[in-house]
Structure formats: structure tokens, C-alpha cells
Design a protein around this ligand. Structure first.
Ligand SMILES: Nc1ncnc2c1ncn2[C@@H]1O[C@H](COP(=O)(O)OP(=O)(O)OP(=O)(O)O)[C@@H](O)[C@H]1O
Ligand SMILES: Cc1ncc(COP(=O)(O)O)c(N)n1
Length: 272
């Protein structure tokens, strides 16, 4: 059976819950052939981040070249880009592939509070990379840094989306995982507002939710779904993964979500 392809450009999480590892699991469980470009290697587990080693930019460049010149891809997910130099090399490469949908997760800080992105890289991402994205997926703290707003309500999330759309992405998805009540996400394309509601699940095991969600959106886009439908399916995927997280019970800190849950519930329909 022919499979759609998705590429993740992100950091490695040795604990397997976030980053490249979460992305490849998500691609596989959604029936998509995954490739990867590793930007940084982190020594990480459910308790925190203990070391970060950035991959030399020429090696990042060659990984992108190796994947796209031979295998190709139907969608790209971008996660951790820790330095300005890494943002530059990724931007330069992706400028050549304007027809491929790009989901850009502007990862800034790990669950435990460790920074994953240098300050000058934030400006570079805003200035150079946002305009290449089909959709950007900031969480509330990221949207606050990017817009300098304080975000406490859905109305505040909408104000942030209005500012972020001006930076050039085709759409902005502000994720409400950090809201107090509902885990609602808001999509804005400059004209239309779409709300993706989600019940808040009470668990400490949410390591990698943002990575898993953005790679699920990329997988669904790779299969040819429209953005709205891709997000709807990805939201269902992440909700189930969070719901099943306590069953996995990995590590003693913030454990990973349960990537298998969606396939378990949906059967092979998950691959369509
Ligand atoms: N406790 C929860 N219950 C239900 N849904 C949640 C919960 N936490 C996050 N989500 C959902 O998970 C998705 C990822 O959102 P979140 O805001 O957690 O991203 P993130 O903070 O970037 O993740 P990460 O911290 O892993 O990088 C969103 O759809 C969000 O609404
Ligand atoms: C390599 C890498 N990329 C992204 C995250 C963010 O995920 P989380 O906020 O759940 O820790 C992470 N921890 N590690």
C-alpha cells in the first residue's frame, strides 16, 4: 500500500515523549511514512532536560537535502529550533519548497521550564519562518511571548491570533491547553474563526502534547485533508492520547501521552 510521507524537523527527546520521537510515533500510528531532521539532541526524561547539544548547521542542511532530494514529503512539521543559525538554515532550505504544507510549532520551553530556544532565535522565527507556514501552533505562553499580550481567556487568544496572522502564516492555531477550564483551541485564517473544543483531562502526564498535536496535524495534511479537518482529527488524536496517558505510567515525572490510544479506538480507520 502506498503511504503518504511526513517530515519532522525537530529536537530529539531521549525520553521518547516529545520531539522527534513523539512525531515519528504519531506519523506511524496515523498511517504515514515518517522521515526526520534532528536539530538538537537533548538528554531528557519525564523529570526534566539535563543537556542540549545543537547539531551543526551543515549537518542539518544535509539531512533536509538528503530527505527531500530523494524521498520527498507531503507535509512538514517543525518543532525545536534552538538557535538563530538553525532557524536560518531551515528557512533557506524550505523557501525552495513552497507547495508543501508546513506546520510550525514555535517550541520555546519544555514542560519543566527549561528553555529550548535562544532569545534571538525567536525574532528570526517571527521574521523569516512564520511566512512559510501553513499554520503556526503556539500554546498560550508562546503566544504571550510572541505578542507581548497577557492571555487568560478565549477572547485574549483571539487577540493574539489577530496579531500573529499579520506575521505571514496562512493560519494561526492558538492552543488552550494552559487555560484553566476547557482545553479549547482557536484557528484563525485572517477571515474565519474556528473553535476546536476539548474537555480538560486531569493528568500530570502531558509531556509532548504540543509535539504530538502538531505532528498529527502534519500527518493528516500529508494524507490530503483540508486544514480544518486535519486539525479536527488531530484534536481527537491528542485528546485520546492524553486520556490514555495514565495507563502508560512511564517515568516518575510528567509522563508521555498514549500514542496508541487513537489506533486502539479507531482501528485501521486511523490510517485513512
Ligand atoms: N489537560 C488537558 N486536557 C485536554 N486537552 C489538553 C490538555 N492539555 C493540553 N491539551 C490539548 O493538547 C493540545 C496541545 O496543547 P498544549 O497547550 O498542551 O500545547 P503545548 O503546551 O505546546 O504542549 P507542550 O507543553 O507539550 O509543548 C491542545 O489541543 C490542547 O488543547
Ligand atoms: C526535543 C523537545 N522538543 C519539544 C519539547 C516540548 O515538549 P514539552 O513541553 O511537552 O516538554 C521537548 N520537551 N523536547
Amino acid at each position: 500500500m502506498k503511504r503518504s510521507r511526513a517530515l519532522t524537523i525537530a529536537g530529539s527527546d531521549s525520553g521518547g515523549g516529545a520531539g522527534i520521537q513523539a512525531d515519528l510515533k504519531t506519523f506511524t500510528l496515523l498511517g504515514v511514512y515518517g522521515t526526520s531532521v534532528i536539530t538538537s539532541v537533548t538528554a531528557q526524561n519525564t523529570q526534566g532536560v539535563f543537556a542540549i547539544h545543537d547539531i551543526p548547521t551543515n549537518v542539518i542542511d544535509q539531512q533536509i537535502e538528503a530527505v527531500l532530494s530523494d524521498i520527498g514529503t507531503d507535509a512538514i512539521k517543525i518543532g525545536m529550533l534552538s538557535s538563530k543559525e538553525i532557524v536560518k538554515v531551515v528557512t533557506e532550505q524550505l523557501k525552495q519548497y513552497k507547495d508543501i504544507p508546513i506546520v510550525l510549532d514555535p517550541v520555546m520551553v519544555a514542560k519543566g521550564g527549561s528553555p529550548l530556544l535562544a532569545d534571538d532565535a525567536k525574532e528570526e522565527i517571527k521574521k523569516e519562518l512564520f511566512s512559510l507556514a501553513t499554520v503556526i501552533t503556539p500554546n498560550i505562553p508562546e503566544a504571550e511571548v510572541l505578542t507581548k499580550l497577557t492571555i487568560k481567556t478565549v477572547e485574549d487568544m483571539k487577540k493574539a491570533a489577530e496579531i500573529l496572522i499579520e506575521l505571514g502564516p496562512q493560519a494561526v492555531l492558538v492552543k488552550g491547553g494552559h487555560l484553566v477550564e476547557e482545553a479549547v483551541d482557536i484557528l484563525y485564517d485572517g477571515k474565519h474563526w474556528i473553535t476546536f473544543p476539548g474537555k480538560r483531562i486531569n493528568t500530570k502526564n502531558t509531556h509532548g502534547t504540543g509535539c504530538t498535536y502538531s505532528s498529527a496535524i502534519a500527518a493528516e495534511l500529508a494524507k490530503g485533508k483540508e486544514l480544518q479537518k486535519a486539525i479536527k482529527n488531530a484534536k481527537e488524536f491528542i485528546q485520546m492520547a492524553i486520556l490514555g496517558a495514565d495507563e502508560l505510567n512511564i517515568g516518575s515525572g510528567h509522563g508521555p501521552t498514549n500514542h496508541w490510544k487513537y489506533l486502539e479506538e479507531k482501528g485501521l480507520e486511523a490510517w485513512n
